[in-house]
Write a protein that binds this ligand. Structure first.
Ligand code: NAP
Length: 534
């Protein structure tokens, strides 16, 4: 049941004066529930509870954390229709999308549960002592990953489940052993509260310390700002715009104790269409791309916002087919009037730039809060010279850059900001002929796709969802998949510690039977003193 209150650990609380409601973009009316923005005191209490909970939670076994994560998944499923109805009423997204995103969210929680139950993720490394080494004896050193402390998570508007309250950041941080305080997204506060209630129910059922999770409502930037500046907060996870992520990164860097901000931000996901591909399968590709650009009203971080090709008749045909196809698609509802407003503003701003031409725009009458999908074109030189054309227009928008030759294409790719994805539409031979283009692209992106579309993010260990700045603030990490847990931990070494007080992961007998790097060799073996050291 939605109360509109904050979860300060296990307690519901509504001491603040500021209230707000969410919005149903399909019906173009406010939703019924009133939400209470967290007050300064409530924020302070949430951080203090998380700090106290950390002292217990960081020592909890992998198996118990797994039980907690699996129970969160069950509690989310138990929310059933209330969750799905709230989700659709706060986003305008269809039920099918809500179910799909719920499946992904539950799947992520269970994957992290399996990871921590198995235990080898801590990357235990053991170098046993050699007292006889000359000229200096070698000490016994044992290293593993340990949690950072309380983490603040900001979710994005366009993924109310999978990148939000119990999304990838929260699942990974809880798996790592970090308490989480979520700064709830104002556009889906009801969905956020329901998910928070599932997390709290799971925490109580599995005996987790009070404060391991809090959910704070906010309608503006103040709650998030106070959280990021709080000295007891040790890391931040953010998914959203470049402007928002950058503001939080700067804020965290200015603290007396700077902390990491793992911000996953906007991207225009360049697609390179090479000449033979344009010639042999341009029509099919144009049809596929019309669907990809308009999928979810273009509100995906992997939306193909930029298509780069070399001038030719085949490229002209591709543009023509894409234009015809895109205007035949029925527009979808966007998440919120503000998102529609920003889409129109950013599109108008782009279209005011020298050289950008509108190739096609949906022209029929529109329902409120729906967006007109748009395709534009520009010459390579104009694109190269104008950084405004490189900015994300969040929505069903794409720009086709017509390069005069392969050299111009390479310089454009080199000049791009960091991106989540890059796509190459080519025939196999062109992968060799245009090696320079591909090398340039690899340098700018986190994931490269061959003859496909960038939309659709598979959740698996080999997925990299991130990329050079500004796609993310730290390109060494992924925001999706099990390796995203590494954002919330630090390596820690014990030197010459007695075996019985070491964590189980590092004990001689390897009681958890995890894989460890033992004297340079990856193994499940235990260490037996008295006989040979393995
Ligand atoms: P947003 O406007 O940046 O908001 C994200 C969250 O950050 C909100 O809770 C917002 O709070 C908060 N925030 C924004 N600016 C802030 C500031 N200066 N100080 C403190 N808090 C701040 O983004 P959005 O509209 O929700 O999401 C759309 C964007 O997310 C798109 O650019 C999309 O490409 C990107 N995205 C990226 C990924 C990825 O994995 N890379 C995934 C999904 C979406 P308030 O709303 O209360 O201000």
């Amino acid at each position: 049941m939605i109360t509109g209150k904050n979860y300060i650990g296990n307690q519901l609380s509504s001491n603040g004066d500021l209230t707000y409601r969410t919005f149903n973009p399909k019906l173009n009316i406010e939703n019924e529930h009133i939400f209470y923005e967290a007050s300064s005191e409530e924020i302070e209490t949430a951080v203090q509870s998380a700090t106290a909970a950390f002292e217990i939670y960081r020592t909890i076994s992998g198996q118990k954390k797994a039980d907690f994560l699996n129970t969160i998944a069950e509690e989310i499923l138990a929310l059933d229709t209330e969750l799905i109805e709230t989700y659709t009423s706060e986003t305008g997204l269809p039920e099918g999308r809500a179910l799909g995103e719920r499946g992904r969210t539950v799947g992520q929680l269970r994957t992290f549960a399996n990871l921590v139950a198995e235990g080898s993720w801590v990357e235990a490394a053991i170098d046993t002592a050699d007292p006889g080494r000359t000229p200096m004896p070698k000490p016994d050193l044992r290293k593993m990953l340990i949690p950072l402390g309380p983490v603040v998570v900001f979710g994005a508007s366009n993924f109310p489940l999978a990148y939000s309250t119990a999304g990838g950041d929260t699942a990974a941080a809880l798996a790592a052993g970090c308490p989480v305080i979520v700064k709830s997204h104002p556009m889906h506060a009801g969905t956020g509260e329901l998910i928070a209630s599932a997390i709290i129910a799971a925490a109580k059922k599995t005996g987790m310390p009070d404060g391991v999770f809090s959910n704070l409502n906010s309608s503006g930037i103040e709650v998030g700002t106070q959280l990021v500046q709080h000295p007891s907060v040790k890391a931040v996870g953010f998914t959203g715009s470049i402007r928002g992520g950058r503001a939080l990164l700067d804020l965290a860097a200015k603290r007396p104790e700077p902390i990491p901000v793992f911000a996953e931000m906007g991207s225009i996901n360049p697609v390179v269409i090479l000449p033979k591909a344009a010639q042999t399968k341009g029509e099919d590709l144009a049809k596929t791309y019309a669907q990809s650009i308009t999928l979810g009203a273009g509100q995906f971080c992997t939306n193909p916002g930029l298509i780069l090709g070399i001038k030719s008749e085949a490229l002209d045909d591709f543009i023509q087919t894409l234009s015809n196809e895109i205007i035949a698609i029925e527009p979808s509802c966007m998440l919120h009037p503000n998102i529609v407003g920003n889409y129109e503003k950013n599109k108008t701003n782009a279209l005011q730039q020298k050289g950008l031409i509108k190739a096609a725009e949906y022209a029929n009458e529109l329902t409120t809060n729906h967006a007109r999908q748009t395709v534009t074109t520009v010459e390579g030189k104009a694109f190269l010279e104008n950084p405004i054309l490189h900015q994300e227009v969040f929505g069903p928008f794409s720009m086709i850059v017509q390069c005069k030759d392969a050299d111009e294409l390479v310089s454009i790719v080199y000049g791009l900001d960091g991106q989540l994805t890059g796509t190459v539409l080519a025939d196999n031979e062109e992968l060799t002929t245009y090696k320079d283009v591909l090398d340039a692209l690899q340098n700018r992106v986190g994931r490269i796709i061959f003859n496909g579309v960038p939309t659709g993010v598979e959740v698996c260990p080999a997925m990299l969802h991130g990329g050079p700045y500004p796609a993310s603030t730290d390109s060494r990490f992924t925001a999706v998949g099990i390796h995203s847990i590494k954002r919330w931990v630090r390596p820690f070494s014990y030197q010459n510690w007695p075996n019985d007080v070491l964590p189980d992961e590092l004990k001689n007998e390897n009681p958890l039977d995890i894989s460890r790097l033992l004297n340079g060799k990856q193994t499940h073996n235990s260490i037996s003193y008295g006989a040979n050291v393995l």
